[in-house]
Design a protein around this ligand. Sequence first.
Ligand SMILES: Cc1cc2nc3c(=O)[nH]c(=O)nc-3n(C[C@H](O)[C@H](O)[C@H](O)COP(=O)(O)OP(=O)(O)OC[C@H]3O[C@@H](n4cnc5c(N)ncnc54)[C@H](O)[C@@H]3O)c2cc1C
Length: 751
Amino acid sequence: MELNRTTPAVTNIVLLGGGHAHVEVLRQFGMNRVPEVNLTLLSSQTHTAYSGMLPGYLARHYSYAESHLDLLPLSQFAGAQFYRDRVVGLDLARRRILCARRSPVAFDLLSINTGSTPRMAAALGAERYAIPIKPVESFLRRWAEIERELSGAGRRPVRFLIVGGGAGGVELSLSLQHRLQRRWPERFETGNSFRFAVAAASPEIMPTHNVRVRHRFRELLAVRGIELFAASRVVRVEPDRAVDDQGRTHRFDYLFWVTEAAAPKWLREAGLEVDKQGFAVVDDRLRSVSHPEIFAAGDVASFQSRRCPKSGVYAVRQGGILARNLRYAAGNEPLVAYRPQRKFLSLISTGTQHAVASRGRWAVQGRWVWRLKDWIDRRWMRRYRQLPAMREEDESHRAGQDAEGEIVPTMRCAGCGAKIGRRALTNVLGRLPNRSDRSIAVGLEVPDDAAVFSVRRDASLVQSVDHLPSFINDPYLFGQIAAVHCLSDILAMGAEPHSAQIVAVVPFGREAVVEELLFQTLSGAARTLDEHQTALIGGHSSEGERLALGMTINGLLRQRLPWRKGNLRPDDRLILTKPLGSGILLAAFMRRRCPGRWLDGAIEQMVRSHASAVPVLRNYGAEGVTDCTGFGLIGHLAELIEASGVDAALDIDRVPIMEGAASCAERGIVSSLYPQNLQREATIVNCEEYRRHPHYPALFDPQTSGGLLFGIGENRAAACLRELRKIGWDGAAAIGAVTKPAGRNPRLYLR
Ligand SMILES: Cc1cc2nc3c(=O)[nH]c(=O)nc-3n(C[C@H](O)[C@H](O)[C@H](O)COP(=O)(O)OP(=O)(O)OC[C@H]3O[C@@H](n4cnc5c(N)ncnc54)[C@H](O)[C@@H]3O)c2cc1C
């Protein structure tokens, strides 16, 4: 992410797809940063499958994490933004990429490495009834469903048909069979519970391999009881059968499609020069023959002067040349040529931990071949996992102490973790003059989530301001989350958002680069504002070192009193709508210690607006509502009980926590605001007993776009929670209760 830069960027390079070639491009840009380049990776998934290990993953020899690369730390290493989205088109005249879920993304140079999908169009009904092996993530989702269906299928025979007799189809049948055999051995003992068959269009299976390899796999299919339909080109698919060009019918319960590769439609539709199959035609510099600003590699590319098999091996080899050529093209230097290897070694697994090696006319097999393959594949994965550490990484995640013994973390956090600590802020506000006015119903005298002042007899204006430095490497998503966060103050007062003004700070760069970054950020924010029927009515922008967004939101309260912090009553139940831990995970992300799926989980929570929850809270008579943000759960709960003059008990085991947060905190990774928030520990009577509880650090974690925290009558709490969960607030939980005050100072108890 270079959303934080001191050197102006001049060229926008976008890498489309996290394929085998692009992971190498990212690694190379990470090893040798080019400050003038603003690099972005746009890919449909955070984790990309490594083709060499996919059959091993399906056969359960590898875990998901072992066989997939996490693109998030890799793009951080490269200093690249990472947009998780699916490309649906290209506007080449304007140099823009059209995406499924966000505004178009502009580029100066574009590199495409989005792979291929099996060709289904030639067989009638295939798109409807067959399950394609690619995109891999969709296949894996479908396979997980199939396993659930099989769990409940009793012992009735289940037929799997694999269409495609190449190495991919044969490996898939052997791997899936092995997987099921390991999971349900008893179903294999009693006969043909699971029947596998492969339909190959050519008379021979694996026609690109030598005769010895073909012979070996024919034998293996026979030994493993996998039926082979050779010279059987499937031309029609019905719900339970496939019909081939000879009129033969193969019945199935599940049909997997692993045929020759097809290209995405959007390449041809964009007007890029493509071959007969629709793949982007490139020269030996991996550059489009029709559009010199576009490069392509891997399955999606087709060479003008030679045939190159659609295989991960080629995509891998192209990565290094592609990285150099993108760098040279950005600097107007001459490009270098890619020379594909004439022969290469294929190591094809047989489902068990055994493999066949194939090269030219040579073939050899054995368990040692599998071990060799395993060693090669793991070594390849290590290249992209064991990246050189960031310098600050190791010394910064633990807080240090200054001369007065005060805790001072060395790496500062962004988002709400960049808030000034409560003590400093309270001290400063106490030193400022406070001008009161009768029209101000809620101001700094009794502060709340937003200020309220009357503008008309029947309505009050509710106003809040917030400012967030960027905390993720996707400006569009940052804009969305920042807007949700800012709107939350208004919603927490029970008001309707009305209008907003924005202050944006964008890192230095060439005008077009700055424009693109500003556009991505503001279009994300504008989309969220629009979803809340909130008009953007003004703002201000400036250049700076780090992307940041501030917003003033105006809301209206019509004939209604605001939800106030001071309205908790003894015996109320306390409900929190979102899990805690975003501050910890964002701190881990900054240190490149946050796996992509944990950050994806945190983002999913942060981008959720409470607009849908507000009517439920109102219907059930919620009171003492606040949004849980920078001061953490304890800080905000302490504000509620202080304002209400009550005590509260918190059920620490019931406090929802985001996946990964407890484990990061255990390793000492916390937000830089954590030490200040921890000062609120003094409110907890029995903190000593709970300091080692795994949820404890999350109680003080600053939340960006955190949950609503509120009190509700004991008799209505369960129904309110049920209603919230019904509309999708799955993470909402009852986390404690309000109790009568035991002394003069409000106290919290953990239990
Ligand atoms: C069962 C099976 C086993 C195989 N085994 C091997 C093997 O052992 N060795 C080998 O060399 N080859 C193997 N192959 C072939 C190999 O999978 C492909 O040749 C290889 O994956 C192509 O790599 P790539 O980099 O071009 O694209 P991919 O690896 O397919 O990567 C494409 C990336 O782009 C992303 N993407 C796709 N579409 C979009 C979109 N519209 N918008 C945004 N992002 C997008 C995807 O999420 C993915 O991250 C196998 C194939 C199959 C089916």
